[in-house]
Every structure is written in C-alpha cells, then in structure tokens.
Design a protein around this ligand. Structure first.
Ligand SMILES: [Zn+2]
Ligand SMILES: [Zn+2]
Length: 351
C-alpha cells in the first residue's frame, strides 16, 4: 500500500503530553475520499485513549473522531463527493459491510466489529492502527464520509459527529417529539446537545444538574425547567412526570432516583458511561413497566440524517475554539468539567 506522510498531533506514551508527530495515510483507492481536516472536536474518549485508561491503547495514538474538512481528492468510483465539498468523519471509518447490522446501516453494531477512527487495527496499512482527526488530512471510504450542509458553521459542526449523534440517536429511537416530556441528566458536552436536539424535535425538556451555577445556562440552552438533583424536594415534585430520560452522567449516581421520575412505560437511557455497576431496584422498573437502556453513537445513515436535521433546525453545539498548542491544557480542563460545552481544535494551527 502506497502511503503519504502527514502531520498529526498525538502521543507515544500514556504519561507523555501530546505533540506533533508524522503519520502515514494511505493513497486514495477507488472508493476513497481524501479530506483536508479543518476542525476536530475533543471528546472525552480522546483523553481516555491517549492516557490508556481503557487499557487497550496502541502507541503512537492520534485521537479525534469529530472531524470536519474539505474534500481534496476522490477515487474513480466515488459518486457522492467531489473536491471542495464540506465533509465529515465521525467515530467509524469502516466495518464488515456484510452483516445484518451493516446492511441496515447500523454499522455501530457491526458483528465482527467496526473499525474505529482511531486506535483500531488499520485494514489497509499492515501493522498500523487507525489515526484520528488531530491531523492535516484523512483518507476514508465514501460510505463512512458524511456530507456537511454548507449552512452549518464547520467549526461548530465538528462535535455533532460524536456528541450530536450520541444524543440524537436515542431521542429518535425512542420517538421523542411534540408532547414528549424529556429529562436530561447532566449538563456537559452530551447534555447540552440533548437539550438543543430534544427542543428542536418539539419536546418539553427538564434538566437535572448538581451545579446551581448551571441553572441559568440550561435555560439559555432551551430547557423549560431545571432541577437541582441534590434537592430532594425539587426531585419529589417531579416524580412520575417524564416519558423519557437521557442520562449523560459518567460518574456514579443513583439511577433509582431518576427511575422514580418516569411515568409508566417511560424509558431511561444511559449515554454517559460510569465504570462502576449501577444498582437498580427491581420494583422501580416493574411497577411502571419502565425500561432502563443504553445507546452508543449511531450508524452512517442516521448520522447524515442528524447533520441534515441540525442544518434545518439551526442546531449546533456551543464550542470553544482552540489551537493544537492548547490541547494538553484542554485535556486538564476537561477533567475538571471546565468547558462550555465542547472544545474544537482549529487544525490550521498544526502547520
Ligand atoms: Zn466521542
Ligand atoms: Zn458488519
């Protein structure tokens, strides 16, 4: 396989800061799209992977799966893209394409396992891992490339590729719309997207946060009601009121307190991922025929649908645009929850 050397920003060890590296990208094959990366969002997964917190990182690693850029080159068989198009790549860059899930466009559930945008074995370059979006360019099969409507701000659109689809997919799957009373637990990168998307779908949104300092912001983002989750009286006043809860908290917390807020047939969906088990009291599910569920990203067709929905409804994340030299500091701020609400790297700063 012919390759080209491009600049990237990554790390060679868990304890080392990220720095400029050279990586190899494959030459464009017939169904490939080459994208010059303009912006890449920072997701908490980037930090987990860079620091080997999930114990599966192969170094060097180049994180980044919220990628927006311009198409610079396409292979002979590419039909959907041409040079100059605004395009995006999310969490997946390949899959088996043949299993039941891939055939349905649910590549996130690919049975042999999809190829993640970073830290997955590269199918085309022997002995190499995939490298993510903290880099100058990327080469991806067109099936895994999204079209970005020109009306979206390309920098603000970047976090839609992970934070956006992670919240959009469960809202759609559980048919949130006008008349649905939605609870959003946790106001971070995912939670703030959930508010904007659920409101754009026509739902009524109540936000649950532990931070009094976030009440005003939740309202600014569109929440109809905000509840301080440590205030038992406020929580009790909302018992049996919600049809659907999106739980975006990744720290340990009491799920039973939230199951009690659901009406009968209501569903609580986890999109945050606490590492410790979350004990559930069985009667909190049984008595109201309630569901406790989880949801990861989304497939390619649904990710495209989400981008088109966001363009139509003018929904984009609140971002803080940074340069590559700020990435290591941004990771520290991410650990403190000090970002409103998503960092996006201006990849021009890599030059
Ligand atoms: Zn992510
Ligand atoms: Zn598959």
């Amino acid at each position: 396989m012919q390759t080209t050397t491009v600049k990237a920003f990554g790390t060679e060890a868990a304890e080392a800061p990220l720095k400029t590296l050279n990586i190899e990208r494959r030459a464009v094959m017939p169904s490939d799209v080459e994208i010059e990366i303009l912006y890449c969002g920072i997701c908490h997964s980037d930090l987990h992977a860079a620091r080997n917190e999930w114990m599966n990182t192969v170094y060097p690693i180049v994180p980044g799966h919220e990628i927006v850029g311009r198409v610079t080159q396409v292979g002979d068989a590419v039909a959907k893209f041409k040079p100059g198009d605004l395009a995006a790549v999310g969490c997946l860059v390949d899959s088996c394409r043949e299993c039941e899930y891939c055939r349905e466009g649910l590549e996130q559930f690919c049975e042999p396992g999809a190829t993640l945008t970073f830290n997955s074995p590269d199918k085309f370059i022997d002995g190499q891992q995939t490298y993510g979006g903290y880099s100058q360019s990327v080469v991806v099969d067109e099936r895994f490339v999204l079209s970005v409507p020109e009306s979206l701000d390309p920098a603000a659109a970047a976090p839609l590729l992970c934070a956006g689809i992670t919240t959009y997919s469960p809202l759609r799957h559980w048919n949130v719309g006008p008349g649905t009373k939605v609870g959003v637990v946790g106001l971070g990168g995912l939670g703030h997207m959930a508010i904007k998307l659920a409101k754009a779908m026509g739902a009524e949104v109540t936000v649950f946060t532990t931070s009094p300092s976030k009440v005003e912001d939740a309202k600014r983002l569109g929440a109809d009601d905000v509840v301080l989750s440590r205030d038992e009286e406020q929580m009790a006043a909302h018992a049996n009121t919600l049809n659907f809860i999106l739980d975006a908290v990744s720290a340990p917390h009491d799920i039973n307190a939230y199951l009690g807020l659901l009406r009968a047939d209501g569903t609580l969906v986890l999109v945050g991922a606490p590492l410790e088990p979350l004990p559930v009291v069985s009667f909190n599910l049984i008595l109201g025929r309630k569901s406790f569920a989880g949801s990861p990203i989304g497939g390619l067709p649904e990710t495209q649908e989400m981008l088109d929905f966001c363009a139509e409804h003018n929904v984009v994340p609140d971002i803080e645009l940074i340069g590559v030299d700020d990435v290591n500091d941004a990771y520290e701020r991410l650990l403190k929850g000090d970002v409103r609400y998503r960092f996006v790297i201006d990849m021009k700063t890599l030059n």
